[in-house]
Design a protein around this ligand. Structure first.
Ligand code: SAH
Length: 345
């Protein structure tokens, strides 16, 4: 018999799903699921035995199934392939920083955005993840870190997929994650990374949840950006930067611009000069990411020297820049690579 999964439901949804049970029962069940990580109704010790047995026949609590685990040699990064009921699989990456632990989650199964350098989009979009599945990725990481005596401090939605193309599920998940009866996570500990779906950046601003926005820029002019990222043909740099600026003003949160440095493509001093020019005056940080080689893609990483020069140029021209510390290159932490390998088998 098909049992309905209660994981990922809000308290209001639990109340209506469990009616005519009294509301305090829904609260107890929410606490069991979200606060105590209980997976079997039989273990909900604060419920009467007969109720536990009845719930067991009608419902289940399913988070996500672990398919593969890969640890980096330095032990700081662990990547997991997680499976869902229909056989879909997504990657998450746990990073243990000295300033806290974070998880990078996927927003979709596959991706339709078609960026020229990215492994996640090679076979297109399979489907959106549901709010429950998105939350399941985070719960998996939270439980895993607790098992190590650590805790989950922050969430970045920067794995496979374009989060703003799965907006409703994303917002539902974020609001649930923030609830006291769930993990109670502050919106400020959450970062959403987008390739630049401009109208949805405005929708995100209107939600009035102060999550950090990260915009994947990767080029300082429309011509190069459109070659690397098809989305740019629909929403060019001017409108994207205006949306970023508007988001920063509305939330008071500095926007991070991600810039992958690809050898010989976008990593010269001239590119740095144009980038500094278009970002001048924005409430922004630039995060430089050395391109992570992808077998199927014909790009190469930048030289160390090119990275240093680019970084130096920005910082001496009024743009706060950082270089992404390469974590877990040995576990293929670049998005999509573990999943691509798993399904290529
Ligand atoms: N769709 C969202 C989130 C997923 S991509 C976005 O575009 O931001 C997460 C980040 O990884 C993006 O900045 C993306 O451009 C970058 N990325 C993709 N492939 C990469 C690669 N091979 N090397 C380094 N960064 C890569």
């Amino acid at each position: 018999m098909n049992r309905k999964n209660l994981f990922g439901l809000t308290l209001a949804e639990l109340k209506s799903e469990l009616a005519p049970l009294p509301k305090f029962r829904a609260k107890q069940i929410a606490a069991n699921i979200y606060k105590h990580g209980v997976k079997n109704f039989g273990d909900m010790n604060d419920l009467p035995k007969t109720l536990r047995a009845e719930l067991e026949t009608r419902f289940e609590i399913k988070v996500a199934e672990l398919l593969t685990r890969l640890d980096s040699a330095d032990g700081l990064t662990t990547k997991f392939l997680l499976g869902f009921a229909d056989g879909a699989a997504v990657e998450i990456v746990i990073m243990r920083h000295d300033y806290g632990n974070s998880v990078c989650i996927s927003s979709q199964v596959g991706c339709q955005m078609g960026c020229a350098f990215c492994a996640s989009t090679l076979r297109g979009l399979e489907r959106n993840l549901t709010a429950a599945e998105l939350l399941g990725e985070i719960f998996f990481a939270d439980e895993f870190l607790r098992g190590e005596g650590r805790k989950l401090d922050s969430v970045v939605v920067m794995g496979t997929g374009e989060p703003l193309m799965n907006f409703d599920a994303l917002i539902k998940m974020l609001r649930l994650l923030h609830e006291d009866y769930c993990l109670g996570m502050s919106f400020r500990k959450i970062t959403i990374s987008t390739c630049g779906v401009v109208p949805v950046i405005k929708k995100l601003r209107d939600e009035k949840i102060p999550v950090t926005l990260s915009i994947s820029l990767h080029a300082p002019d429309d011509k190069l950006r459109s070659e690397l990222m098809p989305i740019n043909s629909a929403f060019g740099l001017k409108s994207l930067l205006a949306a970023g600026d508007d988001y920063a003003q509305a939330t008071g949160r500095r926007v991070t611009y991600e810039y992958i440095l690809i050898g010989g493509v976008n990593d010269t001093e001239e590119h740095a000069r144009r980038l500094a020019k278009i970002l001048g005056g924005q409430l922004a940080n630039v995060n430089l990411i050395p391109f992570n080689p992808v077998d199927e893609r014909n790009f190469r990483p930048p030289t160390n020297n090119a990275v240093k020069k680019f970084f130096h140029f920005l910082n001496t021209h009024g743009i706060g820049a950082t270089i992404r510390k390469e974590m877990g290159a040995d576990v293929n932490a670049a998005c999509g690579q573990l999943r691509a390998r798993n399904s290529a088998r």
